[in-house]
Design a binder for this molecule. Structure first.
Ligand SMILES: [Zn+2]
Length: 349
C-alpha cells in the first residue's frame, strides 16, 4: 500500500509544514467519489474501504486549505484518472444534458444574474475564458445550441461518429459509446440518452436561447494536471478539449499565451469545481489574476471526498487576501454545499 499512497511533509497548496496542520476527521467523506477509484481498486485487487481508512484529512494553519495525507502517488493518480476512469462524469453528463436542451450545468445562479453580479464588481465582460473542464460553467451555459449541432455534423464528417441521421443520433451515440469509451459511467449516460431520445430528435427539440450576455470572445484554457485527467478527459471517443472548440466554439489556448492584465485579452476567467483538481492551485490563481480583471471560482464546501487531494472551502477563500496582497474575495452565491467566489484585485476605480 505504501506505493499507492504518499505522505507529504508540506501543504500541497502553500507549502507550509504539515507538522502544524490540524487533523479534522469530520471534514472527510471517506465513502465519496468511489466511482472514480473503483476501477483502480479492482485492477489492483484492493478493498477501497480498507484503503480509505488509512487516509486522513488536515487543515493547513497557513492557507486554511484542507488536504488528504497520505494521498495517491502520481502513478496511482494515472491509474485512477487516465486508465481507470478516463471520463469526467459530471462534465460529460452536463454536455449530454445540454444536447437535450437542458439548462446545464446547474449553478448557484441563473446565467444573466451571475454575469450581472460579476459585471457590477469588475466592469464589462466581453472576453471570457474557462479552465479545468469545459462542461462545468459559463462556457457550456453560453454556448448556442446550433454550435453544438455543428459539432455533431463535424464529428460525423471526420468519421469520429458513425453515419446517422439526427433523428437516429441518440441511439447512434449510445452504440458508439458502448464500443469506444467504456467506463463505469456508461450505463448512467446511456439511460439519460434513452430517456431524452424524444427530446433530442430534430423537430421536437425546443432550442436553447442563450441567456443575454455581453461575452463576445470565449476561450478554453488547456491546463495539465496529475490530479485530474492530464490535459483532458475523453467521451464519445473525443477529448473534452477538442469538443470545447468544435461544439462550444471556444478558442483553445493556454494561460501563458494570454496577455498580462495590463494589456489583457481576457476579462474574466472561470474555474468551476476544478480548482481542487489542479497541481498548484495557489500559483494558478495568482497567474489567472495577473491575466484578467477577475476570477470566478465555484468550489466544493466540504466534507471533501477522497478523489480530491485538496479541499478549498470557504475558510480557504476568506483567508486568501493574506496570501495574495491586494486581493478582494466576494462570496457571490451558493447552492447546497457548493460556493461561488469572485476574486479580483483592489483598484482605484
Ligand atoms: Zn497551506
Amino acid at each position: 500500500m505504501s506505493d499507492l499512497l504518499v505522505f507529504l511533509d508540506n501543504c500541497p497548496v502553500c507549502g507550509f509544514t504539515s507538522a502544524s496542520a490540524t487533523n479534522c476527521p469530520g471534514d472527510l467523506n471517506r465513502a465519496g467519489g468511489w466511482r472514480y477509484l473503483q476501477p483502480m481498486a479492482d485492477d489492483l485487487k484492493l478493498d477501497l474501504s480498507e484503503l480509505t481508512k488509512t487516509i486522513d484529512v488536515y487543515q493547513c494553519v497557513n492557507c486554511q486549505a484542507h488536504y488528504l495525507n497520505p494521498w495517491f502517488s502520481v502513478e496511482t493518480r494515472n491509474r485512477i484518472f487516465l486508465s481507470g476512469h478516463p471520463i469526467h462524469n459530471m462534465g460529460w453528463s452536463n454536455f449530454v444534458d445540454r444536447i437535450a436542451s437542458q439548462e446545464k450545468p446547474t449553478m448557484p445562479m441563473q446565467t444573466h444574474e451571475l454575469i450581472d453580479a460579476v459585471e457590477s464588481k469588475i466592469g464589462n465582460i466581453s472576453s471570457y475564458a474557462e479552465l479545468g473542464c469545459p462542461f462545468m460553467g459559463l462556457l457550456l451555459r453560453t454556448s448556442p445550441q446550433n454550435e453544438i449541432k455543428n459539432w455533431l455534423r463535424l464529428s460525423r464528417s471526420f468519421g469520429a461518429m458513425p453515419p446517422a441521421s439526427f433523428k437516429l443520433l441518440p441511439q447512434a451515440l449510445v452504440d458508439y459509446m458502448s464500443v469506444s469509451s467504456w467506463s463505469s459511467n456508461l450505463a448512467k449516460i446511456i439511460s439519460r440518452l434513452r430517456m431524452r431520445k424524444r427530446q433530442i430528435s430534430i423537430g421536437r427539440t425546443n432550442p436553447i436561447v442563450p441567456s443575454r450576455t455581453s461575452i463576445q470572445e470565449r476561450y478554453f484554457l488547456s491546463t495539465p494536471s496529475t490530479k485530474s485527467w492530464g490535459l483532458n478527459c475523453s467521451g464519445f471517443g473525443e477529448s473534452c478539449t477538442s469538443v470545447a472548440h468544435t461544439a462550444l466554439g471556444a478558442k483553445v489556448t493556454t494561460l501563458s499565451d494570454l496577455d498580462s492584465a495590463e494589456n489583457r485579452t481576457i476579462d474574466l476567467i472561470g474555474i468551476f469545481l476544478m480548482l481542487d483538481h489542479q497541481d498548484s492551485p495557489l500559483e494558478l490563481l495568482a497567474a489567472c489574476l495577473s491575466k484578467s480583471k477577475g476570477v470566478l471560482v465555484l468550489t466544493h464546501g466540504g466534507p471533501f471526498s477522497v478523489q480530491h487531494h485538496i479541499g478549498l472551502g470557504e475558510t480557504f477563500f476568506t483567508n486568501l487576501p493574506k496570501l495574495i496582497p491586494g486581493l478582494r474575495v466576494d462570496r457571490i452565491g451558493s447552492k447546497e454545499s457548493d460556493v461561488m467566489f469572485l476574486l479580483y484585485q483592489h483598484s482605484d476605480r
